[in-house]
Design a protein around this ligand. Structure first.
Ligand SMILES: [Zn+2]
Length: 389
C-alpha cells in the first residue's frame, strides 16, 4: 500500500508533463484552420489506469466457440494462444509531391499517413511474416445477459492473427490538395479510388487507398485472410463518409447519401465492416474534456446520419484513441448506446475483457511510427520500411 501511495503523485506529475508535451507540440497534429474539426491524429495514447495497462493474460478461456477455417481446409489447424495484434492506418498519399507542396499540412501527413508505396511494403512484409487478417468478431461472443466472453481462436499452424482498421475514411476537405484519393467509387461492382492527378485530371485507379489495395492483395494472396476478412472502417460524419458529403441537406445530399450507401454495401459484401469514430472528431476527445451531454449529442448525430448509410455497429473507435476509463459515465454512455467494443490507440498490446464490453488498443502504422518506433515495429511485425518520402 505504501508503494502505491508513493507512486500516485509521481504518476499524476508524469501525466501532466505528458499532457503538456502532447498538447504543446502542434507539429504532431493537424492545425485546424476553420471551425470544422480537421485534426485526425490518433497519436496520443489511451490514458489507461496504470493497474490495467498490461496485456490481460489472465483472462478466462471458457468458451468453446470454434473458429471456422473454411478457406484453409486441409491445413493444420491449431488453437492460437499468442497475442492478437490490431493495426490501423489513415488514407494513403498517392502523390507525395502534392503532400509536400501542401505545406500547411505536410507535417501532419508525414506523421499520420503512409504513401501508397510504403503501405504496399507494409502489407507485403506482414504477409511474408505470416500474419493473417481475421474478423475481429472471432475474438469474442456475447451471452444472452449481455456479458462478454473470450472465444478460443483456431488458426492455421504458423499463422499470426491480425486485425486491421482504417480511421477517418472520409476524405476530409482539408486533404484535397494533399495528393490523396477523393472518394471510393463503385466500378462494375468493385470498389476503386477516384483521384485528381497533379495535373488536375480526374482518374479512377485500383490502388489509391487502403481499401482497394487490401482487396487486390487478398485476391492475389487468399491465405492472407481468414475467410475473406478485410478490416474495420472507422467513420466520422461531420464531412460525410467515404468521400461523399452525406452531411449536406436537400437533394444534393440525397445523391451523396445514395451513392455512399451503395459503396458501403459493396464494402460490407467484400469483407469490410464499419465502426463509429464519433461524429465530429472534436478536440475535446483529445483533451479528455468532452462532457456527457456533448458525447450524447455527438453519438446521436452519428446514429442519425451515418448509421443509416452503413448499418448498425457495436464498435467504437475512440477519436484520438479516447475511450475513457472503466466506471466512467462517459464510457457507460457509449456502452448503453450499443458500443460494447471499444478500440483505443497504443503500442502496448492492451486488450481487456470487462464484464460486458471489450477494450483493445491498436497500433498506428504511419510515418511517425516508421520514424520513431522502427525497432518496435520490427520486433512486433518484422516491418522494415523507409519513413521518408
Ligand atoms: Zn481519427
Amino acid at each position: 500500500m505504501k508503494i502505491k501511495h508513493a507512486l500516485l503523485p509521481g504518476l499524476i506529475i508524469l501525466s501532466i508533463i505528458l499532457g503538456i508535451v502532447l498538447i504543446g507540440n502542434p507539429s504532431r497534429f493537424f492545425v485546424r484552420k476553420n471551425p470544422l474539426p480537421q485534426t485526425v491524429s490518433e497519436k496520443p495514447e489511451n490514458i489507461i489506469p496504470p493497474e490495467s495497462s498490461k496485456p490481460d493474460v489472465a483472462q478466462k478461456k471458457e468458451n468453446n466457440a470454434t473458429t471456422s477455417v473454411s478457406n484453409f481446409s486441409g491445413e493444420d489447424i491449431k488453437e492460437y494462444y499468442g497475442p492478437v495484434r490490431h493495426v490501423f492506418f489513415h488514407s494513403l498519399i498517392v502523390y507525395p509531391q502534392m503532400a509536400l507542396a501542401d505545406t500547411g499540412n505536410t507535417n501532419g501527413y508525414r506523421d499520420n499517413m503512409l504513401t501508397v508505396e510504403q503501405f504496399k511494403q507494409v502489407l507485403q512484409q506482414l504477409y511474408e511474416n505470416h500474419f493473417l487478417l481475421i474478423d475481429a468478431k472471432l475474438l469474442y461472443s456475447f451471452n444472452k445477459n449481455g456479458s462478454i466472453r473470450q472465444n478460443k481462436l483456431y488458426l492455421p499452424k504458423d499463422k499470426k492473427p491480425l486485425i486491421l482498421s482504417i480511421d477517418d475514411l472520409s476524405y476530409y476537405s482539408y486533404m484535397k490538395n494533399g495528393g490523396f484519393a477523393h472518394k471510393l467509387i463503385l466500378e462494375n461492382g468493385i470498389v476503386e479510388t477516384e483521384i485528381l492527378t497533379p495535373k488536375g485530371n480526374k482518374i479512377i485507379t485500383d490502388d489509391g487507398d487502403v481499401v482497394p489495395i487490401v482487396d487486390a492483395f487478398i485476391k492475389e494472396h487468399p491465405d492472407f485472410s481468414l475467410n475473406g476478412a478485410k478490416g474495420i472502417i472507422g467513420l466520422t460524419g461531420f464531412e460525410g463518409i467515404l468521400g461523399y458529403r452525406t452531411q449536406w441537406r436537400g437533394k444534393q445530399g440525397d445523391v451523396e447519401r445514395k451513392n455512399a450507401a451503395l459503396v458501403a454495401d459493396a464494402l460490407k459484401k467484400s469483407g469490410w465492416t464499419f465502426a463509429c469514430h464519433s461524429f465530429g472528431h472534436e478536440q475535446n476527445f483529445l483533451k479528455g474534456t468532452a462532457s456527457l451531454a456533448f458525447l450524447r449529442s455527438d453519438i446521436s448525430l452519428w446514429t442519425s446520419q451515418v448509421q443509416p448509410l452503413v448499418g448498425p455497429t457495436n464498435v467504437f473507435i475512440g477519436p484520438f484513441g479516447q475511450v475513457f476509463t472503466d466506471g466512467e459515465a462517459r464510457r457507460k454512455l457509449l456502452i448503453d448506446a450499443g458500443f460494447n467494443i471499444l478500440y483505443g490507440v497504443g503500442m502496448d498490446g492492451y486488450i481487456k475483457y470487462f464484464g460486458n464490453y471489450l477494450v483493445m488498443n491498436r497500433i498506428d502504422i504511419d510515418g511517425y511510427r516508421l520514424k520513431h518506433n522502427a525497432k518496435k515495429l520490427y520486433d512486433l511485425f518484422g516491418l522494415s520500411v523507409d519513413a521518408n518520402f
